[in-house]
Design a protein. Structure first.
Length: 228
């Protein structure tokens, strides 16, 4: 009598902690006074400024919410530069090679190739929808000024090199940076994986990598499948 077949499942997400390219950094962000709050203070009489200003604002403008309570839609910046330039890790032509999570060079299959139609489907249809969904779902305290990033690499395995301009100047009008990649995943059961590489002083993620397996992205998809 043969032994019963046991189905095994490889969970890529369970391996990600060991596969981080670098430890998660804590980079403090500025959450300064609300500009509207400052304008209100300028309108108050001199006698009400100083220690009693907050109480005066509450008394004269009861509808005002203090900065700690202000929540606005999450602002996401998607960096898609690796969809056109990611040598050694992504497939741009059949027969090329990419490095898998072990560092081994593996031939690119035709389904692993980032075609123009896959790239456009992701950047012009899927990502805008994802951005709208999470902006409507999540309200956060907006970062005051540009979002600061200190990491030189972000993500898993070899990670993604953070552009120098982001490290020097920060990312304006942003609460979360997502570095998007389309690197092959050696698991037919895994569509994508993601994780953060930086967080602010409260523990909120501020920079992350999202990798979508190109083999799991159909060249043409119906509206139903796109929504799904």
């Amino acid at each position: 009598m043969s032994a019963p077949h046991e189905h095994t499942h490889r969970c890529v997400h369970g391996e990600l902690h060991e596969r981080r390219a670098a430890p998660v950094l804590m980079t403090p962000q500025a959450y300064g006074d609300d500009p509207w709050h400052g304008r209100i203070l300028q309108l108050l009489p001199d006698t009400l400024r100083g220690g009693s200003a907050a109480a005066a604002v509450e008394q004269q403008y009861p509808e005002y919410e203090p900065p700690s309570a202000v929540r606005k839609p999450l602002r996401i910046h998607f960096d898609v530069s690796r969809l056109v330039d990611d040598p050694g890790f992504s497939c741009f032509s059949w027969g090329g090679e990419f490095k898998d999570e072990t560092g081994k060079k593996t031939p690119c299959g035709w389904n692993d190739v980032i075609t123009e139609s896959k790239r456009r489907l992701l950047t012009e249809t899927l990502l805008p929808g994802v951005g709208r969904f999470f902006s409507e779902l999540l309200s956060v305290r907006h970062v005051h000024g540009p979002l600061r990033i200190r990491s030189s690499t972000c993500g898993f395995d070899n990670g993604v090199t953070v552009p120098q301009w982001m490290r020097d100047h920060g990312v304006p009008d942003t609460d979360l940076v997502v570095f998007l990649t389309m690197r092959p995943i050696n698991s037919y059961e895994t569509v994508a994986f993601a994780g953060h590489c930086e967080q602010d002083q409260t523990g909120r993620p501020t920079a992350s990598q999202f990798n979508w397996a190109p083999s799991q992205l159909a060249e043409t998809s119906s509206p139903f499948m796109i929504e799904y």
